[in-house]
Write a protein that binds this ligand. Structure first.
Ligand code: NAP
Length: 484
């Protein structure tokens, strides 16, 4: 059995607790992918002290030199692409092509932010006074804490680690306990790239214990969190008392609006991709399809027909399109929401059952489910399920579609399927979402642009793209008179 250690001050260390926890394959619960450290507050303190001690030397290094470590780590990860993809499928359940795609994205993110080492733009403006230069510089924040979820176990850690490091911060990261191996591989690559001790530290263990110790540690000057709205909101309450910088990326209830002029097959494919791929376990997954009445029946017919053909199974098997739920708890949540939707009066059109028999018995497999007759007041239209459950809602016209689309507390991503440029632009103007796609699924964003939502989906500055550096650095303003 592989036992994976914490990484603190450049060394691989067992937790002082002497305890480990298993990382179980959700497609085959007989398989333990590895044992990880059940860390305690002492481990967290040690990691934070190491990161604080490394802070000044790392901040003094030219940003281009910091970037060299990221470039080298990207190269190492690329050499191991297949292995890392397979490991991700085994720990998280997503299909192998999805997992390999995600590792590629993490590599691109490392390279993109490595390049930012030579592009950390600040500005100079004319002064009102003679012989005075006015300009800004960026300063790192110090030591930052990164807390990440299980659903993108490589890309999300990468899109926090890379901008934090290139801006000159030192890092302590706590990955999700359900999928800690993919981020372990990022840390391993940085270690092999020769990153100085203490610059990056990795501590695994329960959110309640490790997450709490980390966010309360006085060395931590900022927290970047991605996860559920409930955990993020509680974390914010606690951390904001210390007035340190916080960034929260949380849940979604993302709509796809399909207008009457849409190509129906195209629209059905977009809905299936957004709602069911990665087993609906994307924060940007589509969970509400809002369809104009005139095309409702024919579109739903196509959607159900295509959904019934989806192949659910172990993501390592060729041809499988939908993997398992990540664990028993998530499967239970999916089934509970399916039950609730039925009791609230929505009608199940297909799927919605746990799959059993043969290899299905060893994992947490569920058929993708589609409900018709969903209305805004139902819980399935309001609450994040985080599983392959799609709620279909009918709209009499564009205005009603917009009303329904915005009638939720979340605002992460939203899409529209239409060829009508006027209504598409109106959608872009009126939709309450941070990520807007047109004739594309709600999910599938790119690393070189800002990422984040509005309303209760997000709080604080954007991640990814050039804006990511704003969170991890502080602007200082300089007035310099060059004569006396
Ligand atoms: P979660 O339960 O909120 O956990 C997220 C992270 O927080 C994990 O590392 C978890 O550790 C840790 N944590 C738990 N309790 C904590 C505490 N008291 N203090 C500090 N940290 C704590 O979320 P999840 O189930 O991993 O991920 C699914 C959720 O993430 C969904 O709601 C999804 O929408 C959201 N998400 C959002 C985005 C986005 O960018 N908006 C992207 C991906 C996912 P343990 O794993 O040890 O519990």
């Amino acid at each position: 059995m592989n036992v994976f250690q914490n990484y603190i001050n450049g060394e691989w260390l067992a937790s002082k607790s002497g305890k480990t926890f298993p990382n179980i394959n959700p497609a085959n619960t007989d398989e333990t992918v590895g044992l990880f450290q059940s860390s305690n507050a002492d481990d967290v303190d040690q990691a934070c002290s190491a990161a604080a001690a490394a802070r000044l030397a790392w901040a003094d290094l030219p940003a281009t030199k910091r970037g060299e470590y990221l470039f080298k780590a990207a190269e190492l990860l690329e050499d191991r692409l297949q292995q890392l993809g397979e490991e991700m499928t085994r720990e998280e359940g997503k299909t192998l092509p999805e997992a390999i795609g995600e590792v590629k994205r993490a590599i691109n993110i490392f390279r993109y932010f490595a390049g930012e080492g030579s592009r950390q733009f600040t500005y100079q403006v004319p002064s009102e006074r003679e012989n005075v230069l006015c300009y800004t510089i960026r300063k790192p924040l110090g030591t930052v804490a990164l807390i990440t979820p299980w659903n993108f176990p490589s890309a999300i850690p990468a899109w926090k680690i890379a901008p934090a490091l290139i801006a000159g911060n030192t890092v302590v990261i706590k990955p999700a306990s359900l999928a800690p191996l993919s981020s372990y591989r990022l840390i391993e690559a940085l270690h092999e790239a020769g990153i100085p001790p203490g610059v990056i530290n990795y501590v695994t263990g329960s959110g309640g214990l490790v997450g709490d110790a980390l966010t309360s540690n006085p060395e931590i000057k900022a927290v970047s969190f991605t996860g559920s709205t409930s955990v993020g909101s509680a974390l914010y309450k606690k951390v904001s008392e210390r007035r340190i910088r916080v960034q929260l990326e949380m849940g979604g209830k993302n709509p796809t609006v399909v207008l009457s002029d849409a190509d129906l097959d195209y629209a059905a494919d977009i809905l299936i991709n957004g709602a069911f791929f990665s087993t609906g376990q994307k924060c940007t997954a589509c969970s509400r399809a809002i369809i104009e009445r005139s095309i409702y029946e024919p579109l739903v017919e196509r959607l159900v027909e295509k959904t019934r053909k989806l192949k659910v199974g172990n993501g390592l098997e060729p041809g499988v399109q939908i993997g398992p739920a990540v664990d028993e708890e998530q499967l239970k949540t999916d089934l509970e929401y399916i039950d609730i939707a039925g009791k609230e009066g929505a009608q199940l059109l297909c799927g919605g059952k746990r799959l059993t028999g043969d290899n299905y018995d060893k994992g947490y497999f569920i058929e993708p489910a589609i409900f018709t007759g969903v209305t805004s007041e139902m819980r399935v239209a309001q609450e994040e399920v985080f599983g392959p459950v799609l709620a279909l809602m009918v709209a009499e016209d564009f205005d009603e579609a917009m009303r329904i689309a915005n009638d939720v507390r979340f605002g992460l991503s939203a899409s529209i399927v239409s060829k009508d440029l006027t209504r598409v632009h109106e959608f872009i103007k009126r939709i309450e979402a941070g990520l807007i796609t047109v004739n594309l699924p709600t999910a599938g964003v790119e690393y070189q642009l800002p990422f984040g939502g509005t309303k209760e989906s997000s709080f604080g500055m954007r991640e990814q793209g050039p804006e990511a550096l704003d969170f991890y650095s502080e602007s200082r303003t300089v007035y310099l008179k060059y004569t006396q």
